[in-house]
Design a protein around this ligand. Structure first.
Ligand SMILES: Nc1ncnc2c1ncn2[C@@H]1O[C@H](COP(=O)(O)OP(=O)(O)OP(=O)(O)O)[C@@H](O)[C@H]1O
Length: 582
């Protein structure tokens, strides 16, 4: 309980104290103010109940008609308050959802936490995308609804108890085991006692809902992610004929949803078996309790209805916890997931590493004592100390799985597992991964990524596209690129991605198998064009064959780390072969 309150508080600070979120506090105050006026109207309605029923008892037609008019005015005000309160609350919800989503995106992107969190194993974080999209929505929606109701209910409770106190002047007198017992103002004590017992039962019955809600959100997100991933990898599945396997995976994913759902609805049913009759009886109980006083002539008919109405309001207000239990459980589970998300991103960012990255004083790239390993500690690659000088073109080669990509990740500052020192020039470096990423948007946006499409002149983009043999994309450079990009061959994608280097114009470019899908002629032409565009750039290229078209190449050969590759012929001694420039 205290842990949940702490989580909710931390998230509230994220919503309300960020730029754009503070105005939400004003909205919150306005909705709260409207809620207070609403409480006042409810109090007035209790008095109206007495006036109206007393007029009926006295058969006073004029007064009864006047009270009907008063009733409609009160209801009209109440409806206006309710509608305007709901409208402003929704404005508040979108505002705080935006600030909370911004905060979560900041946490996810800062310090490349998203990269460290990409596998759920290391930090135990599942579906970060769902936490940002869905849990932020649930949290803000539930928070603004439940918190406002809670505060308004507390104020309302004070008002209604005061009325009940002033009306319950009579005592309940009865005989128990020969002793006469009298409980003064028993209507006032009956209400909290009734609700306290009921709340205890509700909490006892509904407690498992919290864990079940968390699990439900996780299974739903896993299923959705599986479908989205399938959409992206459809071609591989179609070619492999993997539909039956995919079907089985989806079936298992949905079974996990359905299994948890069954447990959830069973638990809700058990809770409902208590809360449903409670909701229905709560409106009748006060009449039964006040009946002795009415029959003894201590209350008028109007007084009976008024006290019944006051009691109902007290009990309904006190019962907020019971009625809202399911929603509160949802708020608590969304808070727990978001809080865990924030903690995991902070932990991922703060993670220390024995692979030290330091600025290089002389513009060279130095690797010293570098031994990278897998997250589990298995040595991956071995490399003797080496110095790479500006202006060189370096070909980094080794058999598959020896750790070439991992080395580039370490140089980029992403890979933390292992030890050693990397001295890097401070100037901008560009990294091109094996599978280039294409963002949503037009061809132009995909071409100049990560720069924004608007920052590069259209004619320039067209010129580059023609230069790499993709002139046919020029006419649709601004159109939605989805279909056109899906139709690009592997080699065409690599050509498109290489344009990005020209946009960035880096001092150092680290390329991971940039031309693996191109024939030698196309590779030579493309790389000659690239060298012409980037005469000063130092290229470090991971490839299985000697890069063409970039002039003299220095070859670095990565060797297997001890026990890194389970082959009978694997070398056990690290060795580095640096051939002279050729
Ligand atoms: N996140 C990870 N967790 C565990 N092992 C990993 C992880 N990433 C890479 N590895 C392992 O590290 C080793 C080196 O992988 P890497 O991708 O660097 O090889 P590579 O030389 O680039 O291979 P290829 O030429 O096939 O692309 C492999 O055995 C791989 O399974």
């Amino acid at each position: 309980m205290l842990a949940s309150l702490g989580q909710i508080w931390r998230l509230c600070v994220l919503c309300a104290w960020r730029p754009g979120g503070r105005l939400g506090i004003v909205y919150f105050a306005v909705v709260f103010g409207l809620g207070l006026v609403g409480v006042h109207i409810s109090v007035r309605l209790i008095r109206w109940t007495a006036d109206f029923f007393n007029a009926l008892q006295k058969l006073d037609v004029d007064e009864a008609i006047r009270q009907i008019g008063v009733f409609f005015i009160l209801i009209a005000i109440s409806a206006a308050l309710n509608l305007s309160g709901t409208y402003i609350r929704k404005l508040l919800q979108i505002r705080w959802r935006r600030t909370l989503t911004d905060a979560m995106l900041d946490h996810w992107l800062a310090g490349k936490a998203f990269w460290h969190l990409r596998a759920r194993t290391e930090f135990g974080l599942d579906n970060p995308d769902q936490r940002i999209a869905e849990d932020c929505r649930i949290f803000v929606f539930r928070l603004t609804t439940e918190a406002l109701e809670l505060i308004t209910n507390i104020v309302a409770l004070v008002s209604f108890v005061a009325i009940l106190w002033s009306l319950s002047t009579f005592a309940l007198t009865f005989t128990l085991f020969g002793a006469e017992i009298s409980i003064p103002r028993y209507m006032v004590w009956a209400a909290p006692a009734y609700v306290a017992i009921s709340s205890g039962i509700t909490h006892w019955l509904g407690k498992p809902l919290l864990a079940l809600n968390v699990e439900q959100q996780k299974t739903e997100a896993d299923f959705r992610f599986g479908l989205a991933r399938f959409r992206q990898t459809g071609e591989a599945v179609a070619l492999a004929g993997g539909e039956a396997t995919e079907r089985r995976i989806f079936k298992n994913g949905f079974e996990a949803i359905a299994d948890n759902w069954r447990q959830l609805i069973r638990r809700e049913l058990i809770l409902g078996m208590f809360t449903r009759p409670y909701m229905q009886t709560v409106l009748r109980i006060p009449l039964f309790l006040a009946l002795p006083a009415f029959l003894a002539g201590k209350l008028t008919f109007g007084g009976l209805m008024q006290i019944g109405s006051a009691f109902q309001n007290v009990v309904t207000t006190l019962s907020w916890f019971i009625f809202s239990y399911r929603d509160l459980a949802e708020l608590a589970s969304a808070s727990a997931r978001l809080d865990h998300f924030v903690a995991a991103t902070m932990e991922a960012r703060a993670g220390t590493s024995d692979v030290r990255i330091e600025p290089s004083a002389d513009g060279t790239l130095k690797l010293a004592g570098l031994q990278l390993s897998s997250p589990g500690g298995r040595p991956i690659q071995a490399l003797d100390d080496v110095v790479l000088r500006p202006g060189e073109t370096i070909w980094l080669q080794a058999p598959s799985g020896f750790g070439k990509t991992t080395l580039l990740r370490a140089i980029a500052g992403l890979w933390r597992h292992g030890q050693g020192r990397i001295e890097r020039p401070l100037e901008a470096a560009s990294f091109l991964p094996q599978l280039p990423y294409f963002p949503l948007g037009g061809i132009a946006a995909a071409t100049v990524y990560p720069a924004a499409a608007e920052t590069v002149p259209r004619e320039q983009v067209a010129e580059w596209l023609r230069a790499v043999g993709l002139g046919r994309l020029v006419d649709i450079a601004d159109a939605e690129a989805g279909a056109a990009l899906a139709g690009l061959s592997g080699g065409e994608r690599q050509r498109l991605a290489l344009i990005r280097l020209v946009v960035e114009c880096p001092a150092w470019a680290f390329l991971d198998e940039p031309t693996s899908a191109l024939d030698e002629g196309a590779e030579r032409n493309l790389m000659q064009w690239l060298r012409g565009e980037l005469p000063e750039t130092t290229f470090v290229i991971v490839a299985h064959r000697r890069p063409l078209g970039l002039g003299p190449v220095r070859e670095l050969c990565l060797s297997a780390a001890p026990l890194a590759v389970e082959e009978p012929t694997a070398r056990t001694k690290p060795d580095l072969v640096a051939s002279p420039a050729s």
